[in-house]
Design a protein around this ligand. Structure first.
Ligand code: NLE
Ligand code: FE2
Length: 319
């Protein structure tokens, strides 16, 4: 739990920064790293045609307005090849490596090897299943905006494909990562509750709390593992979308640590390849409960009540 002494300062900061009242007020234009300029160690660094294609797709995301359907993209045969390579490889690993919720939700999307799925269609399925939706974004979004989007049950998703030279692993989000890693999980209500709590906590968070929440997000939604009996199964999108990472996680060479949102979270690694430590949840219900408690330390009860409709009585008590 956060210290009580931190509360007055928090309130001041909340006043300074207006809590977004609607998704329109969540900015989707502040893109970090990658996106515009690919780093030297990015597989697409020397590939101008790849970079141009990325820019064209980024423009579509920038022009998108909330409420409009997400524009459909025509993918090239090279992009289709990346998609079906990744889908084929991962499909074979899911029965053993992915959590039960993923296995239940994955077939809802009916992914086919011969066509790259469109964000708009998947967003419609999510709306039906859990009330979540997809909003296109040009690249890695600023963490505050990204996390705020989750409070509005909105997942910001890229629409470009990873570089064809390295289908098994990419250091940044791309369409394969979003579609195979994130989208199926967002059709599971308990998982969504957990992610929603992270989003609601972010609405009133100061900058250091945003950083902490970003790490919580990273070690759960991106790289989390859940226990099924004694078996560790992936639910983190960064594992589910990378057959390299999935195999690495399954070999047991990394550390496995119980998840605790209050604990100091380790450094996130974006570029050094696979994770050397994974956090393990007992269940999504348990994770959601823990995150809701964490959220109630940061978020005033009225905002909690407005965004998390079914607030548990113990958490609504105003101190
Ligand atoms: N390494 C992941 C993949 O290859 O799909 C992407 C991680 C994005 C945070
Ligand atoms: Fe991701």
């Amino acid at each position: 739990y956060g210290t009580k002494a931190a509360a007055p300062e928090q309130k001041v900061r909340t006043k300074e920064r207006r809590v977004p009242q609607s998704l329109e007020e969540v900015d989707n234009t502040q893109i970090l790293g990658f996106g515009a300029d690919l780093a030297e160690d990015h597989p697409g660094f020397k590939d101008q045609a790849y970079k141009d294609r990325r820019m064209a797709i980024a423009d579509i995301a920038r022009a998108h307005r909330v409420g409009d359907p997400i524009p459909r993209l025509e993918y090239t045969s090279e992009e289709l090849h990346v998609w079906n390579t990744v889908l084929r490889e991962l499909r074979g690993l899911y029965p053993d490596g992915a959590c039960a919720e993923f296995q239940r939700c994955f077939p809802l999307f009916d992914f086919k090897e011969d066509v790259v799925p469109q964000l708009e269609d998947l967003s419609q399925i999510l709306k039906r299943e859990t009330g979540w939706q997809i909003r296109p974004v040009a690249g890695l979004l600023h963490p505050r905006d990204f996390l705020n989007g989750l409070a509005f049950k909105t997942f910001h998703s890229t629409q470009y494909m990873r570089h064809p030279s390295k289908p098994m692993y990419t250091p940044e989000p791309d369409l394969c990562h979003e579609l195979l890693g994130h989208v199926p999980m967002l059709a599971d209500p308990d998982f969504c509750d957990m992610v929603h709590s992270i989003g609601v906590a972010s609405l009133c968070a100061d900058d250091s709390q945003i950083w902490h929440l970003t790490k919580i997000y990273w070690f759960t939604v991106e790289f989390g593992i859940v226990l099924e009996g004694y078996e560790k199964k992936a639910f983190g999108a960064g594992i589910l979308s990378s057959y390299g990472e999935m195999e690495h996680m399954r070999t047991g060479k990394a550390d496995y640590v119980p998840f605790d949102p209050h604990a100091k979270q380790p450094k996130m690694s974006y570029k050094d390849g696979y994770q050397n430590r994974y956090f393990v949840l007992k269940s999504f219900k348990d994770g959601a409960q823990k995150l809701r408690e964490y959220c109630s330390d940061i978020t005033p009860p009225d905002i909690m009540a407005r965004f998390l409709h079914k607030v548990t009585p113990a958490l609504t008590d105003d101190p």
